[in-house]
Structure formats: structure tokens, C-alpha cells
Design a protein around this ligand. Structure first.
Ligand SMILES: [Zn+2]
Ligand SMILES: [Zn+2]
Length: 291
């Protein structure tokens, strides 16, 4: 199970209803923050999403609406006596940006910050993909590893009680039992891992379509409803995001980075669903659970 919290769904500047971009992805004890617009730490704190439980932060690009909250968040992590390493993914300039600001403000994080290109543990991998914006930018792909479970019903039907047999099957080895050979495939259930993709800012582009194929959730920017100059600014219209979702055969599309010029977004959703029915436009602080 993975929970996705939409902490900030505006783009450029905040509006009365929407804050700047930030998304918290939670899988068991692992919390991943994608983008960190100004004020993200307040949002996390007021909703008790503990800032020091964040282990990995991915920044899509260096435009202020996506990164200006990071300095304050890291400073607070330090003041709250964080000891655990913080893993950061982002554009090349992210490290300079942070350490220059730390130097000028005489802030020395009391914990280790490790800059990485990809993250992996026994349950999940996080990788990046190229997006098409006006400056260096990258999207994120979070992939949960497939899990193999023993089919309890079949084990019971077979009358197997010896845990050593169960373990061998789980490890993928055939086992002799009651004079016949049990094949592991017949006793295992593979639970496919979930896949989530986040684009950050981008105009519609092929590398995004190729990278997000078949994901369970695509969080795609849809800055404008129908703005002819959207591509000039490296952004997408709602219809573009829906077309990407359709072409990439994703299961669910969440539209975000909504320009503060729009107060009512009902037309956005209608336009998206005309092209890709499984579209949602989350409000700030809403969350969805993927299973
Ligand atoms: Zn932006
Ligand atoms: Zn941008």
C-alpha cells in the first residue's frame, strides 16, 4: 500500500486554495518528498506528517516554486535534532544552491546530506527521467518491487505444515512432498509492485511518455486549461497531460501545478476526462491510497 499526499498543487505562485508544489509519498516507514515549494514545512507540520520522518527528497528543477521551501525544511530538521542521513536527488545545481545558502546563513546541518542519482532499498526504487522544461528538469519514477507470497489456501489443501517446505517453495525451489514434486509457481502468488510517476514542470514530451508507461499513478503538471503559449514557458495544457496519460496507458492521472489564475477548475477536469477518463484533480491536502 502506498499513500500519496498532495501537499501543494499550485504552480508559479500560491493561490487562496492551493499551495506551492510538494507531494509526500508514504510506503510503510519510508517517506519520500517530491518537490518542496515555499511553506511545505508548515503544511507537513500542521498535518502531523513529521518532517524528520522524511528520508528521501527529490527536486524536479531549480525554479523557486519547487525548491524555495527546502532550505527552511532542512534548517528545521536540524533544529529538531535530526541524526539520520537525508538523501537528496535533484538537478546538478541543487548542491551549490543549498551549501551556498547554508554558508551565508551560518547553518551547519547536524546530520549527513547525501546527494544521490537514484535510490533503492529492499522494497522500492526511485529513478529519474528527463522532462522538457525551460531549464534542466527531471521527473521521478517510484517503483515498488514485486512481492512473492505463499498461497496459504493451496498449502492448507496440500496438508503442508512443515515450514522448511514452505520456505523452499518461497525461495523458488521445487520440493518433494508425499511422493510428488511440488513446483514453486503453483504455490506462490506474485503481488506486482506499484508504480508512481511525477513530472514536475514539463511541456508534453516523448521522453515523459516513454518513461511513465503503464504506471499506476501519473502526477502530471497541467498548468493551463488552454493557453496557446504554454509550450513557450515549458508547461502543459490540461489536454496535453491527458493525452500523455492516454498514450502511456497509465491507470490514473492526477493533474497538478494549476496556475493561480484559475479559481474554478471544473472545466479542467471535464477537458481531461474527455480525453482520459481516469483523471482526477486533487485539492491540497487530499490524499489517495494505492493498493
Ligand atoms: Zn513550477
Ligand atoms: Zn518551472
Amino acid at each position: 500500500m502506498i499513500q500519496v499526499f498532495f501537499l501543494g498543487t499550485s504552480g508559479g505562485s500560491p493561490s487562496k486554495k492551493r499551495r506551492l508544489p510538494a507531494f509526500l509519498i508514504r510506503r510503510e516507514a519510508l517517506n519520500i518528498l517530491l518537490d518542496c515549494g515555499e511553506g511545505t514545512q508548515y503544511t507537513l507540520m500542521s498535518y502531523k506528517l513529521g518532517i524528520n520522518s522524511i528520508k528521501v527528497i527529490g527536486i524536479s528543477h531549480m525554479h523557486g516554486d519547487h525548491v524555495f521551501g527546502l532550505l527552511g525544511l532542512i534548517a528545521s530538521m536540524g533544529l529538531l535534532d535530526r541524526k539520520d542521513t537525508l538523501y537528496l536527488l535533484g538537478p546538478r545545481k541543487l548542491k551549490d544552491f543549498l551549501f551556498t545558502a547554508f554558508e551565508y546563513s551560518k547553518f551547519y546541518p547536524p546530520f549527513k546530506i547525501e546527494f544521490i542519482d537514484a535510490y533503492s532499498d529492499s522494497d522500492i526504487t526511485i529513478t529519474t527521467f528527463k522532462t522538457c522544461h525551460t531549464i534542466e528538469s527531471q521527473g521521478y519514477l517510484i517503483i515498488e518491487k514485486d512481492r512473492v507470497k505463499i498461497n496459504e489456501e493451496k498449502i492448507r489443501d496440500e496438508g503442508i505444515k512443515d515450514w522448511r517446505i514452505i520456505r523452499k517453495l518461497k525461495e523458488g525451489n521445487p520440493v518433494e512432498f508425499n511422493g510428488k514434486v511440488l513446483k514453486p509457481d503453483d504455490y506462490l502468488i506474485v503481488k506486482k509492485g506499484l508504480k508512481i510517476a511525477y513530472t514536475g514542470d514539463t511541456r508534453p514530451c516523448q521522453s515523459v511518455i516513454d518513461s511513465v508507461k503503464n504506471v499506476d499513478l501519473l502526477i502530471h503538471e497541467a498548468t493551463f486549461l488552454n493557453e496557446p503559449s504554454a509550450y513557450t514557458y515549458g508547461h502543459s495544457n490540461v489536454g496535453d497531460a491527458a493525452t500523455v496519460a492516454l498514450e502511456a496507458s497509465v491507470k490514473l492521472l492526477a493533474l497538478t501545478h494549476i496556475s493561480p489564475r484559475y479559481d474554478d477548475v471544473s472545466l479542467h477536469l471535464r477537458e481531461a476526462r474527455r480525453i482520459f477518463l481516469k483523471s482526477i484533480l486533487p485539492d491540497d491536502l487530499s490524499y489517495i491510497t494505492l493498493k
